[in-house]
Design a binder for this molecule. Structure first.
Ligand code: DX5
Ligand code: ZN
Length: 221
């Protein structure tokens, strides 16, 4: 499957966005990872609806909107989802996961189900036909700069086998949290194909953005 990079915008400096987004466009970045946090589902606040709308006007790269919010079914309509955008909702954040995924599809988005480190992917068994991707959190969501939880590596490996065995060979597996150059290699070998790049890779302080992106590409190919 195509390996893709989705840099986490929350890890970048807003003042640098024009330059950062220009480099992302020039280096063929496939998605922009937008962490939306409500301070309830996760202990942090990030990116409201107006900011998401403004981001669309700053780049042609499709958004990869990671909703870390309670009751997403009540709020999906606020985001003006555009065709081709990935929108992920956490299986733990709603009683109506299938309805959320269908709502995203109806709006032209690509539905994705996100699962926290402790959540078995079997929780998604009955919605595999309703989604285009699965987001496996490799840290507990909320903050950048954390360390990958080792058990999530095996979880990605088992999920890829599980999906392929059921014919879902085109379902993307995205990984999010401490996806360093080294971890990206391990996660790619385990079967992940979309990599949320944050403080431990693309935004590493000691690297030029272009060089960090090139190194990330090398890590995942
Ligand atoms: C964490 C966020 C991640 C985070 C990644 O909840 O969802 O997208 O920004 O940042 P690093 O790579 O620093 O873990
Ligand atoms: Zn995220």
């Amino acid at each position: 499957m195509k390996k893709m990079i989705s840099p986490s915008l929350m890890c970048g400096r807003i003042a640098n966005y024009p330059h950062t987004l220009d480099v992302f466009a020039k280096t063929g970045i496939e998605y922009l990872h937008v962490d939306v946090m409500d301070g309830d589902f996760v202990p942090n606040l990030q990116f409201g609806t107006d900011t998401v709308r403004q981001l669309r006007g700053m780049s042609n790269i499709p958004l990869d909107i990671h909703l870390m919010i309670e009751r997403p079914e009540d709020k999906l309509a606020w985001f003006d989802i555009q065709p081709g955008e990935y929108v992920s909702v956490h299986a733990e954040s709603t009683k109506h996961l299938q309805k959320c995924l269908a709502m995203i599809r109806e709006r032209g988005g690509k539905p994705m189900a996100a699962i926290n480190p402790a959540t078995p992917f079997l929780m998604l068994e009955n919605v595999l036909g309703d989604l285009d991707g699965i987001l496996v959190m490799t840290v507990n969501p909320g903050f950048a700069g954390q360390k990958l939880i080792p058990a999530t590596l095996e979880k990605v490996r088992e999920l890829r086998v599980y999906l392929d065995a059921r014919g879902y060979t085109e379902t993307d597996i995205e990984v999010d949290g401490n996806v360093s150059f080294e971890n990206a290699r391990l996660l790619a070998d385990a079967g992940a194909n979309i990599f949320v790049a944050g403080t431990s890779s693309v935004y590493k302080r000691d690297l030029r953005l272009e060089d960090a992106i090139a190194q990330m590409r090398k890590s995942i190919e």
